[in-house]
Design a protein around this ligand. Structure first.
Ligand code: TRP
Length: 455
């Protein structure tokens, strides 16, 4: 069953770096803080952690088990375990979903690069929130600027993926991940030290349960899946490059811990600053791009150099995090073509670059000249986002758990999870995990999905 001439991640640590690189992204620094702000602070964080541990982690292990066992990309992995069945189409849907996510994700990635360049050059000075918001609106709704940065962003992810798993992805994430951690911790420390920041800290640690309802739970679960890159084969494909003697439990566990820790630290980097400036935490998706420049330029009135440096570091962090995540989405697509058509990585990357570039341009223009073009009532960007995060990802996650829990042989699942019985701790928890995979995760995902659908 061993694959021919396939790269592997060098060690468990480099696998975790790469996997954390995929997991930690805009979802942590951009999406998580504004969701915490909109859905009730600490209460949302607690529900999010529970969703990650009880529902998302089992899905992670499912993808990891399929990937490592077959050492193939999603389509062929499913086909080799369930030959002559329709399961392989789940792999194909995963590739298409990654393609859609990567397209709109690269638009936001492009914005972060744009803001990084601006903060290094002209600065992001915003005398008022309205001014910051009109800068952001002006940028996002213009035609050429976001397209230029989208192109650069997606080009950078393509180049890293062309480099391969070891020389591209592993090398890049090994360097960026530690830098990213230092950056975000620095910003959090700075943010907490601002006058009046304690109200923000309190908001993040004192739960207000009155704001919690089924919607909160649905969003927390969606966020947990998005943040851990689940349901679309990213974990599956990365795990297919994991060595046979690695520990799936440890690798997945550490990835989830880093990802969650990172999201929470990002919350501490953003919220205290928001409260310190006397702003509302529920600013929504604009939080990072509008509120942060305003806050930092307010501080800049007293300490211009420090504030400029922190702004640069902030957008550098977002850009780097976004890039390592986009790389994983791109890799799923490229690996599929490489295995399916025996294309070179370069050729496969060129094909997906063109596709994501085109769809991304439509997404980008939907903030401006194409804002009237609606698909089922949504702009193209919102449609791509909601189609992938609300439906394709959740159903994909469900399908992977059903595949491992109901289609694969239990003995094979155990064999892969415990490295043929040699890992004692994995053996001990296998019963609980298998229950979570077979019953808990699928049942809850269906309930939450349906609640969300009819909300
Ligand atoms: N997890 C990344 C983030 O938090 C985004 C991402 C990468 C992703 N791969 C994914 C989201 C697959 C969903 C599915 O920003």
């Amino acid at each position: 069953m061993a694959a021919v001439k396939r790269d592997n991640f060098g060690s468990r640590l480099t696998f975790i770096f790469a996997m954390a690189g995929s997991a930690i992204g805009l979802g942590n620094i951009w999406r998580f803080p504004f969701m915490v702000g909109e859905y009730g602070g600490a209460a949302f964080i607690i529900i999010y952690i529970l969703c990650s541990a009880i529902l998302a982690l089992p899905v992670f292990f499912c993808e990891s088990i399929i990937g490592r066992r077959t050492a193939k990309s999603s389509y062929f992995a499913l086909e080799s375990i369930a030959p002559d069945s329709k399961w392989k189409y789940l792999g194909l849907i995963s590739v298409i979903t990654c393609f859609i996510i990567d397209s709109y994700y690269s638009v936001v990635g492009g914005w972060s690069l744009d803001y990084l360049v601006r903060s290094c050059s002209v600065g992001l000075d915003a005398p008022s929130c309205e001014a910051a918001s009109s800068v952001f609106g002006g940028m996002a709704s213009s035609v050429w600027e976001p397209i230029l940065f989208h192109t650069l962003f997606i080009g950078a992810s393509a180049l890293i993926v062309i480099g391969g798993v070891k020389k591209g992805i592993e090398k890049f994430s090994k360097v960026t991940m530690p830098i990213l951690l230092v950056l975000i911790v620095t910003i959090a420390v700075y943010s907490i030290s601002l006058p009046g920041a304690m109200a923000g800290v309190e908001y993040l640690v004192k739960p207000d349960w009155s704001k919690v309802n089924t919607e909160t739970i649905a969003y927390a679960l969606g966020q947990a899946f998005f943040s851990l890159s689940l349901g679309v084969g990213c974990v599956l494909v990365y795990s297919s490059f994991m060595k046979k003697d690695e520990n799936i439990l440890a690798a997945g566990g550490w990835t989830a811990v880093f990802d969650t820790m990172f999201a929470i630290i990002a919350g501490f980097a953003v919220m205290p600053a928001v409260f310190s400036a006397g702003l509302e935490p529920g600013a929504g998706p604009a939080l990072v791009f509008e509120t942060i420049p305003y806050i930092f330029s307010q501080i800049g009135l007293k300490a211009p150099v420090v504030s400029r440096i922190i702004t640069i570091l902030f957008f550098l962090a977002i850009f780097m995090a976004a890039l390592t995540s986009a790389v994983s989405l791109f890799e799923v697509c490229v690996e599929h073509l490489v295995e399916h058509r025996k294309f070179s990585r370069k050729k496969a990357a060129a094909i997906f670059f063109s596709g994501c570039w085109t769809l991304g341009i439509l997404c980008s223009l939907s903030f401006g000249v194409m804002s009237d073009v609606k698909l089922f009532g949504d702009t193209i960007f919102d449609f791509c986002d909601s189609l992938s995060s609300n439906y394709l990802m959740t159903l994909g996650a469900l399908a992977y758990t059903v595949f491992v829990g109901w289609r694969m042989k239990k003995a094979d699942v155990r064999d892969e999870f415990t490295n043929s019985g040699s890992l004692t701790a994995n053996n001990k928890i296998f019963g609980v995990l298998y229950f979570a995979i077979k019953w808990l995760a699928p049942v809850f995902i269906v309930i939450i999905f349906l609640t969300n659908l009819f909300l």
